[in-house]
Ligand binder design. Sequence first.
Ligand SMILES: Cc1cc2nc3c(=O)[nH]c(=O)nc-3n(C[C@H](O)[C@H](O)[C@H](O)COP(=O)(O)OP(=O)(O)OC[C@H]3O[C@@H](n4cnc5c(N)ncnc54)[C@H](O)[C@@H]3O)c2cc1C
Length: 782
Amino acid sequence: MLGFIIVCVAAFVLALVFVGPLRRAMISDPLLALYRRILPDMSQTEREAIDAGTVWWDGDLFSGRPDWDRLLAVPAPKLTSEEQAFVDGPCEELCAMCDDWEITHERQDLPPRAWQFMKDKGFLGMIIPKKYGGLEFSALAHSAVVMKLATRSNTAAVSVMVPNSLGPAELLLHYGTEEQKNHYLPRLAKGLDIPCFALTSPEAGSDAAAIPDFGVVCRGTHQGKEVLGMRVTWDKRYITLGPVATLLGLAFRLYDPERLLGGEEDLGITGALVPTSHPGVEIGRRHLPLNAVFQNGPNSGKDVFMPLDWIIGGREYAGKGWMMLMGCLAAGRSISLPTSSVGGAKAMARYTGAYARVRSQFKTPIGKLEGVEEALGRIAANCYLMDATRVMTAGAVDAGEKPAVISAIAKYHMTERVRKVIDDAMDVHGGKGICLGPNNWVGRGYQVVPVGITVEGANILTRSLIIFGQGAIRCHPYVLREMHAAKDMRGDEASREFDAALFGHIGHTIGNGARAFAHALTGSAFAPAPARAAPETRRYYKDLSRISAAFAFAADVSMLVLGGSLKRKEKISARLGDVLSAMYLASATLKRYEDQGRVREDLPLLEYSVQDALYLAQQALDAIIANFPNRLAALKLRAVVFPFGKRFAPPSDRLNHECAQLLLAPGAARDRLTAGMYLARSEADPTRNLEAALAATIACEPIEHKLRDAVKRGAIAPRAGADSAALARDRGVISAAEFAQWQNKEALRKEVIKVDDFEQDFARAAIVQRLAKEHLPAAKAA
Ligand SMILES: Cc1cc2nc3c(=O)[nH]c(=O)nc-3n(C[C@H](O)[C@H](O)[C@H](O)COP(=O)(O)OP(=O)(O)OC[C@H]3O[C@@H](n4cnc5c(N)ncnc54)[C@H](O)[C@@H]3O)c2cc1C
C-alpha cells in the first residue's frame, strides 16, 4: 500500500513538473500572479538603468559555471603602432611638461603650454572618430594615455579623462543629430571647445535622477527669430572642467505644460548642449577638491532661453536624457577612474619600493624590516591585480561590450585598492610622505584619493546598490526573464515565458547548490578548470568555480528569502557584490598571467592576488550567512557552502615576502609591474634621482659590507662627525674608486630623504610675482 502511495505521489510530482499545461496551471500561473503583486514597481529611470549596457564575463560568474576556456580564448588586448607612438610621443612629452608641485601649489592649474599642447595633439578628442578630426583611439589606448598621465599629474589625467568619458562627445557620438555632430565634434576634437557635463545639483548627488533643475517648453527669441525652445533654470556644483568650459552638457527635467510638443507634460530628464557664452549662463567660479587643481566648479542659470535644437539628438530626444546617460555610462566608467587609479598604484609601487631600499633605519634598509615588507608586498600584489583588471576591462570595451556591472566593479575596486596602496605608501614613507613640496611624490596622491571614491557613483552606493543590485537582475540567467514576463507580457505568452524561466531558475538553483556542496566536500578537486591554463594556476580556477557555484546559490537563496526587501538589505547586497567582484578581479589576474606568457617571476604576484581574492570572497559569504535575517535559511546555506568550515587562508608571509622583493631592486618584474608609467628624464626631477639612488644603493652594498666588517674587526673606529668611508679609504679598506662611488651614493641618498621647507608665507609672494611677470607679455599683447 505504502509503495503504491509513493508511486502515485511521484507520478503526480513528475506530471506537475514535466507536463507543461498542468504545471503552468498548478504552479507557474499562481506564482506569476503572486510575483506580480510583490514585484516592486520600477520607475522609468530604474528600468533604464537596469536595461543599459551589456553582460559579459559577469554573466558567467553569476551562472555558477564560468566557461574559463571562453575567457582565456579572448585575445590579449594590444595597442596599435599608432597608439603606442602616441603614448611614447605626445603623452610622454605632456608628462614632461607637468611639474606636479608647480601645478598644484604654485599655479593651481596646468601651465598654459600644457593646455595648448593637450588641445593641439588631440588629447581631448581621443574617443572622437578620425572623420571628425579626433584620434579614434581604442579604449585600451585611451586607458594607456590616462594611466601614464596619472603617474605624473593627476590634474593632467583628470583634464584629459573627462572630455573622453561620459559627456558631450560621447553623447553626441551616440545620439547627436548630423548637424550637431558636424558642428561640435571637430571643435571638441581639436580643443576649440572645452566640454563639461553638468548633472549634479546641491540637492541631487547620488540620487541624480532627482535633479530639481528644470526647463519649460515655450516660444522665445533666438538670434533675432521667434523659435520653439525652452526656458531652463539650473544650479549645478562639482562640475569638472566647468570653470574653463565653453560647451556645457546640461541635464535638467523638461516640462511641456502647454503641450507644444504634443506629448506628456512631464517629458523627463533631458540633455542639452549649451555654449557657455550664451547670455544667462553663469560659470567660472572654482571649488578646491582636496588640493587637486583640475578645473572644477559650480554653474547656474535662471530662465535661460535656448532653442529645442540644442537638445542632444534634437527634439525627438526630449525626455530621453536618462536613457542616454545610462546607455553611455559604462564605457567611460570602465576606463577613467579604474585607469587613473592604476596609474597611481604603479607610481606608488615603483617609488615606495625604491625609497624603502634607499632609506635605512636600525642600520637596515627599511624595506627589509618585516613590518614594512608587509606593506610593500601588498602594494605589489594590488598593483598586479589592478593592472590586470584595467587591461581586461578595456579589452572588453574594445570588443564592443558596454559592461554595466563590470564597469561598476572596476570603478569601485580600483579606487578602493589605490586607496589601500597609497595608505601603505604613505606609511612606508613616514614623514617624507607628509611634508608637502616638490620632493614629496606621495602626498598629493594621498590627498586626491577620495575624489575617485566619490565621483561616477560614490563608492558606498556603488557597492551597496549597484554591483549586486544591478548584477542580480542583469547577469542572472533567469531573473530578468521572469521580470519581463511579469511586467511586460500578458496572457498565454506571459504564462509560458514565466513557466520556462521559473523552472529553469529552480533547476539552476538546485544545480548550483549541489555543485557548491560537492566542490566544498571535495576541496574543489573535481571543479572545472580550463585545459589550456598553466598547471601552476589550475587549482585557482577550480576554487573560483566552487566560489561561483556557492555565490550563485547564495544569490538565489537571498532573492528567494528576502525578495524585494533585499534592495534595502544593503549590507547583504554589498557582500554579495564583494563575492562577484573578487571573482572578477581574480579572473582578470589569471588571464593576465596567461596573456603575458606565464612569466614565472610574476607567479608570487598572481598567487598573492588570487589567494587574497578567494579569501575575501569566502569572508564575504561567511558574513552574509552570519547576518542572514532568516536563521533557518542561514543554517542550510552554511551547510551547503561551508560543510567543512572555511578553507581559504589569506596569502602567507612567504608570498608577501616574495612580492615585496620584486619592488626592492631594479629588474624585469618591477618594470613589467610598472610598465606604462612615466619615468622622469630630467636630472632635476626628484623621482629620477630616486631611481638613481636605488641603483647606487644596491651597487654600494658590497662596500657597505666592507665598512661594517672593518668596524667589527676594529680596523676603523667610527666617530661622531667623522666620515667612516673616508677613514676606510685611508686605511686601505676600500679603494679610491669605491670611495668615490660611496660618496656619489651618499649624495643621492641625502637628496632622496630630504623634505622641503618654506618661507613663512610658503613663498606665496614670490610665486605671485613670478606668475604676474609671466602673464605680463600676454596681457600686453591682448
Ligand atoms: C571633484 C568632483 C568632481 C565631480 N565632477 C562632476 C561632473 O563633472 N559632473 C557632475 O555632474 N557631477 C560631478 N561630481 C559629482 C559626483 O558625481 C557626486 O559628488 C556624487 O554623485 C555623489 O553625490 P554627493 O557628493 O552629493 O554625495 P551624496 O549623494 O550626498 O552621498 C553621500 C554618501 O551617501 C552614500 N549614499 C547615497 N545614497 C546611497 C544609497 N542608496 N545607499 C548607500 N549609500 C548611499 C554615498 O555613497 C555617499 O557615500 C563631482 C564631484 C566631485 C567631488
